[in-house]
Design a protein around this ligand. Structure first.
Ligand code: ATP
Ligand code: MG
Length: 335
């Protein structure tokens, strides 16, 4: 079982990333053979960004993931830009990806509307690079949040189309989306997912101080009426129930019955305190890890070497089947 997932170097990862993706990465280390994770710096250049800050944010994100429990001895952990096979495969997969589908992706539509200046071709191409990330390792399983379901479908289609046209060289991967916490919502606007570009007061960061976390939960928008129950017309309370269930590792029903007689205010404090306790150890470990960029760099470089060893094999097969470069048998006998 090969597991692969990538995360953007936005530096300050939020509670949605943590519950929806990062906890799954950590758990995947026990099942993956191997589990492969990367910080996707090449994806980050598709929207407006600062080159100096990008490098820093890669270290921030890497230190956050290690603090959360990724262990380079139990997984392959690297920076996407260090393994050139990703971008090469992305170009080759473009030949089996319809441009119409790319332009219909929700993330493309949302992010292109948010761009104040140019909408780059890279933003349109984002899901093709993401397909290459996964397919280069012939991964079976991709742990992601609910918002990535559409991109996973596109990459599955690309793998199927490639295999049909050129012969079977790629594995068609499955998304692994958690049952609870796949779409954590913004505390101030529970109609939207919690996001890097969400509201400041509604976005809880993994590295927030406990007092700041509690304050954000106390101010969380709730719904009219009362009762700690999930319902379509109660997106605020439903979100808080789901967050507490994910943090405690229990079913949402258990939270509903435990807090059946509670008022909104008391429930918000309970969730805030639980999240603050949950994230505190990660914040404490982060400081030391982030302080040594040399160690982080060495770790990412070693991970890249291991990743390249796998991806280069896939690329050799893909090039061979697509007729790119010399045929393997015409290379001549090894010296
Ligand atoms: P951006 O809004 O800039 O895309 P992001 O918040 O989505 O940033 P990513 O690094 O793109 O952050 O996402 C990393 C992982 O976290 C992905 O697997 C994604 O599906 C998951 N994820 C993102 N937001 C949430 C959320 N609100 N709830 C659960 N999972 C999430
Ligand atoms: Mg995202």
């Amino acid at each position: 079982m090969v597991i692969f997932s990538g995360i953007q170097p936005t530096g300050r990862k939020h509670l949605g990333n943590y519950i929806g993706a990062i906890t799954q990465y950590v758990a995947g280390q026990d099942r993956g053979d191997p589990a492969i994770y990367c910080v996707v710096d090449m994806h980050a250049v598709t929207v407006d960004y600062d080159p100096t800050a990008l490098r820093e944010r890669v270290y921030d994100t890497a230190a956050t993931l290690i603090a959360a429990g990724l262990d380079p001895k139990r997984c392959i952990f690297f920076r996407q830009g260090d393994v050139k096979e990703h971008t090469e495969l992305s170009w080759l997969l473009a030949s089996v990806t319809p441009v119409g589908e790319l332009s219909r992706m929700h993330q493309f539509r949302d992010k292109s509307l948010a761009q104040r200046e140019m909408v780059s071709a890279g933003l349109l191409f984002y899901p093709v690079l993401m397909a290459a990330d996964v397919l280069a390792y012939r991964a079976h399983e991709v742990p992601v949040g609910e918002d990535q379901r559409e991109h996973l479908e596109l990459m599955r289609d690309a793998a199927v189309r490639f295999n049909r046209r050129f012969g079977k060289a790629l594995i068609v991967p499955e998304a692994r989306i958690p049952e609870v916490g796949a779409r954590i919502r913004d505390l101030q606007d529970p109609t939207r997912k919690m996001s890097t570009t969400g509201t400041p007061a509604g976005t809880v960061y993994v590295l927030d101080e406990p007092a700041a976390i509690l304050k954000k939960f106390k101010r969380a928008v709730t719904d009219s009426g009362e009762g700690i129950v999930r319902a379509p017309d109660k997106p605020g309370i439903s979100n808080l129930i789901e967050i507490l269930a994910a943090v405690r590792g229990v079913a949402p029903e258990a939270i509903e019955s435990e807090f059946a007689d509670s008022r909104y205010g008391d429930f918000k404090v309970a969730v805030g305190e639980a999240v603050a306790d949950y994230l505190a150890p990660v914040r404490e470990r982060y400081g030391d890890l982030r302080a040594d960029e040399g160690v982080l760099e060495g770790m990412l470089a070693q991970g890249a070497e291991r990743a390249r060893a796998i991806a280069s094999g896939t690329l050799a097969d893909v090039r061979e089947r697509m007729g790119v470069g010399p045929a393997r048998r015409s290379v001549g006998p090894a010296a």
